[in-house]
Design a protein around this ligand. Structure first.
Ligand SMILES: C[S@@+](CC[C@H](N)C(=O)[O-])C[C@H]1O[C@@H](n2cnc3c(N)ncnc32)[C@H](O)[C@@H]1O
Length: 405
């Protein structure tokens, strides 16, 4: 069984594991959490479905080989010995990315240089075998290889490091759902928004979801897709052959059976997702923002998903906004914070005021915040029901949950 690596924002490894187990059921073997992702064994077909179904994952990779490694010199040798022509043709463009663990970083230091050494090895092999070398394309390559170099940890280690070579199967990050039409100043990663939705969990008697800092509407979009049982790849499915990297790779093109299976899976999921979204209740999703242009962007997001009539939005200051209904509901939001939108002092005050406003006016509901300041909870004078670290890009955030009873 082939081995795969599915990456995710740091902090979400456990959530990704749970999701993978749910999607793959008995098809998954040897699943292990790593820093920033999970490793697992499964059929290639199943892994492709997981990639197209994960709300939390960032990129999917297939393992091509693993070798003990001494140093840079040996890395070049390994690159020349690896039968790369089985994975790409010389007309295809490629790119190498390298990731280290702290131990490997001490030895290899520079990931760009390391990638270059491996790239030279691949190019030399092609030239020796075919007389020509493939081109590197850093922006839009046909094939991206990932080198993971780690300090060898097991007792019987034969070399100080371990090299794992992967090939990227996703292309654009899986978190790109293609519903966000315009770019916001402070974008929230779609998979981080999905983690808020998972963590907050809808209860059967919830009567609304409200995002008072709606921005481009990422949280409402992820929540709607989740509630509708729509796959996060929904909008990419009609163009999956063009969109996902695996569809352009030699092994995939050669497997006609697999091509047909993925094609029929994609059609089926697209239809189910569309139907699910159409059937969403028309009085459940609410959003507001102080900035009128943000509301416009959020409306575009909803329109991309075909649910613009089901999501109610208006311009409002979150510190004055009231719950859309008096019956039990859920608030999930991502208020502005120091690093991107306002000064740290303003962010502190906003979180304090928000805590007070919610304490008084949102009794009976549950609220979840994503905060870009890990200490923001100190400014919210309410008892947390959840305080989970998660990275939005390279910003150390906290997911804070409150029961407002
Ligand atoms: C970090 S962004 C939210 C991003 C959003 N989650 C998305 O998916 O794009 C914060 C948003 O809060 C809005 N905002 C700032 N202060 C506000 C306030 N007092 N009341 C309501 N919205 C506010 C900003 O206009 C901005 O759109």
């Amino acid at each position: 069984v082939p081995q795969f690596f599915l990456s995710c924002p740091k902090g979400l490894e456990e959530m990704l594991e749970n999701e993978a187990r749910l999607v793959l059921g008995e098809h998954v073997k040897g699943l292990k959490q790593e820093d920033g992702g999970i490793k697992l064994n499964t059929d290639t077909e199943q892994f492709l479905y997981l990639m197209l179904s994960t709300r939390i994952g960032s990129r999917g990779h297939m393992q091509l080989g693993q070798w003990p490694l001494y140093d840079m010199q040996e890395l070049k040798q390994l690159a020349m010995e690896f039968p790369v022509e089985e994975h790409m043709s010389v007309e295809q463009t490629f790119k190498i990315n390298t990731l280290f663990d702290p131990l490997a970083r001490q030895e290899f230091k520079n990931s760009m240089l390391t990638s270059q050494v491996f790239k030279d090895g691949i190019a030399d092999r092609f030239r020796a075998k075919k007389g020509v070398r493939p081109s590197v394309d850093l922006k839009n390559p046909d094939i991206t290889f990932l080198l993971r170099i780690e300090g060898a940890r097991n007792a019987k280690k034969v070399a100080p490091y371990m090299l794992t070579l992967y090939c990227d199967l996703s292309g654009p990050p899986l978190s790109n759902r293609s519903y966000r039409v315009s770019e916001h100043v402070a974008p929230l990663r779609e998979n981080v928004a999905a983690s808020l939705v998972y963590k907050a969990t809808f209860e059967a008697d919830d009567t609304f979801l409200f995002d008072p800092f709606v921005g481009t509407g990422t949280i409402l979009a992820e929540a709607a897709m989740y509630k509708a049982n729509a796959v996060p790849s929904f909008l990419n499915l009609p163009v999956w052959r063009k969109y996902y990297a695996f569809a352009r790779q030699l092994w995939f093109k050669a497997d006609k059976g697999l091509n047909e299976k993925v094609d029929s899976w994609a059609r089926d999921q697209y239809e189910k997702s569309r139907t699910g979204l159409l059937q969403l209740p028309g009085n459940f999703f609410y959003g507001s923002d102080i900035d009128r242009s943000a509301i416009g962007m959020a409306q575009q997001t909803m329109a991309a998903l075909g649910i613009e009539k089901k999501v109610h939005m208006n311009v409002a200051d979150a510190l004055k906004a009231m719950p859309p209904k008096s019956t039990k509901g859920l608030i999930i939001c991502n208020p502005p914070y120091g690093e991107r939108l306002s000064t740290p002092e303003e962010a502190d005050k906003l979180f304090y005021d928000l805590g007070e406003h919610f304490k008084t006016n949102f009794k009976g509901h549950r609220a979840f915040f994503l905060s870009g300041d890990p200490k923001a909870y100190k400014n919210i004078h309410l008892k947390t029901s959840c305080k989970m670290p998660v990275y939005n890009g390279d910003i150390d955030c906290r997911l804070l949950g409150y029961k407002l009873f």
